[in-house]
Design a protein around this ligand. Structure first.
Ligand code: NDP
Ligand code: OXD
Length: 314
């Protein structure tokens, strides 16, 4: 009888019990092994389900058939220069994750459009100070990244009447969303974005894209929502732009260093809303089903679901 397939689960933050239970339903034929450092009998591991695996960990699994990211983003895996590039890599594209991200984006676009931070400041001071928000149809929302998450967010923002645009590598034809494509159109896209939402993957081309030069292209007082990766944002540039008034407020879910250090000025900045990388959380039950489908495909000699293009890095 053939030995059972083995799956190693590597994550410093995801609860292994929830994933083990989900895989017991989705792929009961596969043995679920939680890595707490070295993996026993590494040559017997077929599948790796990972978030931020330590550098070199995947290269030490010589018979790996597929790596399954616990997130939609895969920068946490491809940062490892020893990533075994001949092993297919699959990322999460899941309706619950997408819905969660769109809820977050809609919540914070509305919060900035209606200037909730300003109202909360007045409340804290016991001040009754009415003010009018701009009209939605005169408020320009720009989404960096019009992929799975960016497109869904745009579709869910559309009923509010915002003037929507998106920036991507290739041109998009989404009704009601003006499409800007490529580095050459970034400046024009920024210049028309009163509320800028970042939903880009973190790649060498997008690292540090939210910097002083980009902020200077935005309309004065523009708002920033970064729910993508901390590596997109130069945090010191943002603090300077907030203090100077070029940026009027920001929501940040992701940071250069996570957890956000206690000494960061972002924690207490009156114009900043901080959330602890919770914009969208991978749902184990739904995602384990998809991972089981990817494993079935790889067994048949096919590509997994949602394969990552290693040359593009997303
Ligand atoms: P996709 O791969 O579906 O979409 C990425 C989009 O970015 C595409 O539209 C792509 O363009 C565009 N893009 C990539 N590189 C460039 C570039 N150099 N210039 C212009 N456009 C570019 O990713 P998802 O929408 O699924 O996810 C986006 C990111 O969101 C993830 O990588 C992850 O980092 C982050 N995320 C954060 C979460 C959180 O909780 N904070 C939760 C989930 C995801 P094109 O369409 O032309 O290829
Ligand atoms: C992801 C994340 O990439 O949660 O899915 O950040």
């Amino acid at each position: 009888m053939a030995a059972p397939e083995r799956l190693v689960f590597i994550s410093p933050s995801d609860p292994p019990g929830d994933w083990e239970a989900a895989f017991r339903t989705a792929a009961p034929e596969v043995e679920f092994v939680v890595s707490r450092g070295e993996v026993e009998r590494p040559e017997t591991i077929d599948w790796a389900v990972v978030w931020k695996p330590p550098a070199g960990a995947l290269a030490r699994l010589p018979n790996l058939r597929c790596v399954l990211s616990l997130g939609a983003g895969v920068d946490h895996i491809l940062l490892d220069p020893g990533y075994p590039r001949d092993v297919p890599l699959s990322r999460v594209v899941d309706p619950y994750l997408t819905a969660g991200m769109s809820e977050y984006v809609v919540l914070h676009v509305l919060a900035h459009h209606r200037d909730l931070p300003h109202s909360l400041g007045h409340q804290a001071a016991g001040r009754w100070k009415p003010f009018a928000a701009p009209r939605a149809d005169e408020t320009r929302v720009g989404i960096l990244g019009l992929g799975e998450l960016g497109l869904d967010a745009a579709r869910k923002l559309r009923p509010f009447g915002y003037r929507l645009a998106g920036w991507s590598l290739g041109r998009k034809a989404e009704p009601g969303v003006e499409s800007f494509a490529g580095a050459g159109e970034l400046g024009a896209f920024l210049a028309r974005s009163d509320i800028l939402v970042c939903l880009l993957p973190l790649t060498p081309a997008t690292r540090g894209i939210l910097n002083s030069a980009a902020f200077d292209r935005l309309p004065r007082g523009a708002r920033l929502i970064n729910a993508a990766r901390g590596g997109h944002l130069i945090e010191s540039d943002l603090v300077a732009a907030l203090d100077e008034g070029q940026i009027g407020g920001a929501t940040l879910d992701v940071f250069q260093s996570e957890p956000l250090p206690a000494t960061s000025p972002l924690w207490t900045h009156p114009k900043v809303i901080v959330t602890p990388h919770i914009a969208a959380i991978t749902d184990p039950r739904s995602t384990a089903q998809q991972m089981a489908e990817s494993m079935a495909r790889v067994r048949r000699g096919e590509a997994p679901l949602n394969p990552v293009d290693l040359t593009k890095g997303y």
